[in-house]
Ligand binder design. Structure first.
Ligand code: UGA
Length: 416
């Protein structure tokens, strides 16, 4: 059992804290946000993440985890994970202020031989900035990027595809790897810079993959080809892989848009041309615009048109709407005069349009049903009874949640 500290209890920090406690370590998690810490001390997760609250309660009952607003309590920790947000700055680069301020706050209380581990996604070589602030030879700076997906963060913690640990010496990275020794996975032990770059490269690669998938799906629609079968045929090539091949209304969230932009800034700075990054971003805007165009092509003037929207979160199993394609698309539809009423299993309010408590309500008097997030439960909606409440039965399912045969049987106007 190691003594672990976690700084910042967002979805990365809280998952790391709870996960570490589940691995049997003793965890103290610190955040400046009083409300969050109060909630956590009352066993409530400040955000929705499947399984996290249950795991938190169990760890608390075993006295393996505690939460505090007092940075001084980190004094006993031998390993401290820095899990601070690194939002996008105005110029597209990542803003390191939260991270650097937190480091500044704790650097003098660290015991000799503490491992200070950067979990946050940080621009390449940020570890050097952290090192300069810490300015202590008896504190070891480690880069251990997170690869957690929102909505399955705790599962990903326990079932990682790999764990990347960057350090100045192999011995240091091996010591940190031991903390995860109960997890069966590949370890990549490397230097700090390579670890930091691995995270950006992975997220950007995935974003590029999705942009390509969305463009191929659009091409399929024009050519009357079956995108599901085309992408299945492509993904069965082991070199490509069959994951992350589902087309949608564009990718979003708090990571991909920010990380692709941040990698582009790094490449600019290093004078390395990476045109795929800007192309992926452009393709993503096109994916959203294609949704709008399809609706306008079918319905014409959208002024006063009622659109029932299913899904607001940027993807299923989260209540996160940051950079959600659903929100972007809704805003564009509103700008064209459409009236929106929406439902999302995890998002209960949003400024600027009505959010209903039940999926059935968005059908009422709608001219179009628009599916924007891939919540599995939407597939359980009994369309046959609800579509009767629509004014006109148009359906645009950007996530292919509904069975096509079922839609055809119901004789709805499928927009694609
Ligand atoms: C992403 C990465 O997948 C994680 O590995 C990484 O740790 C995380 O960012 C991060 O940097 O913190 P996340 O943003 O939670 O995770 O979401 P993803 O599951 O990757 O989905 C991103 C977007 O792609 C969503 O809008 C989703 O709907 C879309 N998507 C994903 C598709 O449209 N099709 C797919 O096949 C997969």
């Amino acid at each position: 059992m190691k003594k672990v500290g976690v700084v910042g209890v967002g979805y990365v920090g809280l998952t790391q804290a709870v996960g570490m406690a589940q691995l049997g370590h003793s965890v103290i998690a610190y955040d400046i946000d009083v409300e969050k810490i109060t909630k956590l001390n009352n066993s409530n997760s400040p955000f929705f993440e499947p399984g996290l609250e249950e795991a938190l309660i169990e760890a608390q009952s075993k006295n393996l985890i505690s939460f505090t607003n007092d940075a001084e309590t980190l004094i006993d920790a031998e390993y401290i994970f820095l899990c601070l947000p690194t939002p996008q700055d105005e110029d597209g680069s990542a803003d390191l202020n939260y991270l650097l301020e937190a480091v500044n706050e704790i650097k003098d209380i660290l015991k000799p031989n503490t491992y200070l581990i950067i979990k946050s996604t940080v621009p390449v070589n940020s570890w050097k900035q952290v090192e300069q602030i810490v300015e202590r030879e008896d504190v070891f700076l480690i880069s251990n990027p997170e690869f957690l997906r929102e909505g399955s963060a705790l599962f990903d913690f326990h079932n990682p595809d790999r764990i990347v640990i960057g350090a100045t010496t192999k011995e240091q990275s091996q010591i940190v790897a031991e903390m995860y020794s109960n997890l069966s996975t590949e370890f990549v032990l490397t230097d700090n810079t390579s670890a930091e770059l691995t995270k950006y490269a992975a997220n950007s690669f995935l974003a590029i993959k999705l942009s390509f998938v969305n463009d191929i799906a659009a091409l399929c629609e024009n050519l009357n080809a079956n995108s599901g079968e085309v992408l299945k045929g492509v993904g069965l090539d082991n070199r490509i892989g069959n994951k992350f091949l589902t087309p949608g209304p564009g990718w979003g969230g708090s990571c991909f848009p920010k990380d692709v932009n941040a990698l582009a800034r790094v490449a600019d700075r290093e004078k390395i041309m990476m045109p795929l990054l800007s192309a992926a971003i452009e393709s993503n805007v096109n994916a959203q615009n294609r949704v709008i165009q399809k609706i306008v092509d079918k319905l014409g003037d959208l002024n006063g048109i009622r659109i029932g929207v299913l899904g607001l979160a940027f993807k299923a199993n989260t209540d996160d709407t940051r950079n959600s394609p659903a929100i972007e698309i809704i805003r564009k539809l509103q700008a064209l005069g459409a009236v929106i009423s929406a439902y999302d299993p995890a998002v209960k309010a949003f400024e600027g349009f009505e959010v209903k408590n039940d999926a059935s309500e968005v059908f009422i008097d709608a001219d179009l049903l628009l599916v924007l997030t891939e919540w599995a439960e939407f597939a359980q909606i009994e369309l046959s009874s609800h579509i009767q409440n629509m004014r006109v039965v148009n359906i645009l399912d950007t996530r292919n949640i509904f069975e096509l045969d079922e839609l055809k049987k119901l004789k709805v106007n499928i927009i694609n």
